[in-house]
Design a protein around this ligand. Structure first.
Ligand SMILES: C[S@@+](CC[C@H](N)C(=O)[O-])C[C@H]1O[C@@H](n2cnc3c(N)ncnc32)[C@H](O)[C@@H]1O
Length: 300
């Protein structure tokens, strides 16, 4: 997604060390390797073991099958303490969407799973069958931005009282009366998104990764993040601007901004019309670029 924009944002140095924290199908990684010289290095993360099938056979490349929330320690394990750039293309890969039994797609019937890392203990079915109505409703409202989160949660609790909800089609059936006509898929996608964010602890992982990114990027190093959800984008924007997640900019006695990073462009970059026409998911993509400040300006 947004390949050229991401590469521009990284401002690659051919001999630099880079990290693609969301390897997926490897599209971004391949393009980065094409632009790196012989002395360049690319390390990639993906917590989904299916991503291993796409690993790139190149001596400059290393794939780490872990969650990017452990960015710093796994890089250290590979002898890397500082990097020149980090790319994150958040969310779900097309592969994950296309495999019915992973439960990511509203198009197929599959297990209500939604774990990107199948070592994870909690599945979407666990949430749907065990959260109380109020917790469920808060989740659907916050992460799914569903206007009728309350009604949907009530319907889920009612349906699971009769029979546990273990498949995507059973969930669809449970909320069917609350999917506005003509918007069924949109509402279902919002419902699945809410469950997915919680199952995978996506916002916590993003925060961890951003914090660690600011500790390992060299001065002038670039952080490029493509997000698909307003909550993610807000975390990214605030962190790049202020070094914290509330967006409170602190200044020193002389009025200098005390942030480990500065935002390279003020607004978020959006996908081109051409890309949106090719891939509807690009419509919600927001790309932001941060640049590490001078070390002296940082606070830990
Ligand atoms: C949108 S896809 C990336 C696509 C990739 N840029 C490409 O060109 O093919 C996101 C990928 O990131 C992975 N992912 C999401 N959150 C992650 C996390 N916290 N740690 C590691 N991998 C993660 C997912 O498993 C998925 O494969």
């Amino acid at each position: 997604m947004m390949l050229e924009e991401a590469l521009d944002g990284l401002a690659l140095r051919p001999e630099g060390t880079y990290v693609d924290v969301t390897f997926g199908g490897g599209g971004h990684s391949r393009a980065i390797l094409e632009r790196l010289g012989e002395g360049g290095r690319l390390l990639a993360f993906d917590q989904d073991e299916d991503a291993r099938a796409n690993a790139i056979d190149d001596p400059r490349f290393t794939l780490i099958g872990e969650n990017f929330r452990y960015l710093k320690s796994f890089l250290r394990l590979h002898g890397v303490r500082q990097v020149d750039g980090i790319l994150a293309d958040l969310g779900v890969s097309s592969h994950q969407f296309d495999v019915a039994e992973r439960g990511f797609s509203t198009r197929f019937d599959g297990a209500l799973d939604l774990r990107m890392d199948r070592r994870g203990e909690v599945t979407a079915a666990d949430l749907v069958n065990n959260l109380d109505e109020n917790e469920l409703s808060c989740l659907l409202k916050l992460y799914g931005e569903l206007p009728n989160a309350k009604q949907m949660s009530r319907a889920i609790v009612k349906a699971r009282g009769e029979k546990s909800i273990t498949t995507t089609s059973a969930l669809r059936e449970a909320v069917s009366r609350h999917l506005p006509r003509g918007m069924e898929n949109k509402y279902l996608a919002m419902l699945f998104q809410a469950l997915r964010i919680e199952v995978n602890g996506e916002l916590e992982a993003l925060k961890e990764m951003l914090r660690q990114a600011s500790e390992i990027l060299v001065p002038g190093g670039r952080l490029v993040v493509i997000s698909y959800h307003s909550l993610e984008d807000r975390l990214v924007k605030n962190f790049m601007r202020s070094g914290n997640f509330d967006g409170v900019v602190e200044k020193d006695f002389y009025g200098n901004v005390l942030s480990p990073m500065r935002m390279v462009s003020r607004g978020a970059v959006q996908a081109s019309e051409e890309e949106v026409a090719r891939n509807n998911r690009a419509r919600s993509a927001r790309l932001r670029v941060g640049e590490m400040s001078d070390k002296n300006n940082r606070y830990e």
